[in-house]
Ligand binder design. Structure first.
Ligand SMILES: N[C@@H](CCC(=O)N[C@@H](CS)C(=O)NCC(=O)O)C(=O)O
Length: 206
């Protein structure tokens, strides 16, 4: 049985559990991080010295970095569905997954800290404006791509969509003014039809 360490509300944990649910892989999930704490305990640091979530545990095998975990799960359990055999197809998906982690995650993290978790009257307008501007610039790139293809992963749903959607979700759900990104909106509506997405991603943001 696989164990996923990390609270359900974390966007990076959601990637991993969503992927497992899509592939019908049994797992147990343990709440750590956020209000549950325990990331700085010697036991957790031994698994993940970065003191962040998610972390996958499979017997003696420990793995951290959400996109790496998604790739591992997809390769192990989703060879004919989520993990493309074609190298160029896989590399294109990897490109977007790395882009999400390196470029989009930092401003989304800032959105969570300075907007989602900060009451409106205590928000710093400068930080809010800068964060939203940065996210909008990045999501415009995604919107352009989704204007050309059905999913971020290509014609078929795949790992790039799994890496992206849990990060876009809080931006779509928090009460802010957003620019119109019609292709991103179309893609999001498509994902909301997936039971695993509804179960794992579409929960209260915190
Ligand atoms: N690059 C890492 C980032 C992990 C990360 O920053 N996780 C956040 C949650 S989304 C975290 O652990 N925050 C501390 C907490 O939840 O207590 C990954 O993709 O796994």
């Amino acid at each position: 049985m696989l164990t996923i360490w990390g609270r359900k509300s974390s966007s990076n944990v959601k990637k991993v559990t969503w992927c497992l649910e899509e592939l019908n892989v049994p797992y147990q999930q343990i709440d750590v991080g956020g209000k549950f704490g325990k990331l700085n305990t010697p036991e957790y640091l031994l698994m993940n010295p970065n003191a962040v979530i998610p972390c996958l545990q499979e017997d003696d095998f420990i793995l951290w970095e959400s996109n790496t975990i998604v790739r591992y799960i997809a390769a192990k359990f989703g060879e004919n569905s989520l993990y493309p055999a074609d190298l160029q197809e896989r590399a294109r998906i990897d490109q977007w997954m790395d882009w999400v982690g390196c470029n989009l995650f930092p401003p989304i993290k800032q959105l969570m800290i300075s907007i989602v978790r900060t009451p409106e009257d205590q928000r710093d307008p400068k930080v809010v404006a800068q964060t939203l501007k940065e996210i909008e610039k990045l999501l415009k790139i995604v919107d352009d791509m989704l204007g050309k293809q059905k999913y971020l992963s290509g014609d078929k749903f795949g790992m790039a969509d799994i890496a992206l959607a849990p990060l876009v979700y809080p931006w779509l759900k928090v009460g802010i003014e957003r620019p119109s990104l019609p292709s991103l909106e179309r893609w999001y509506q498509l994902l909301t039809e997936r039971p695993a997405f509804q179960k794992i991603v579409m929960i209260e943001i915190s």
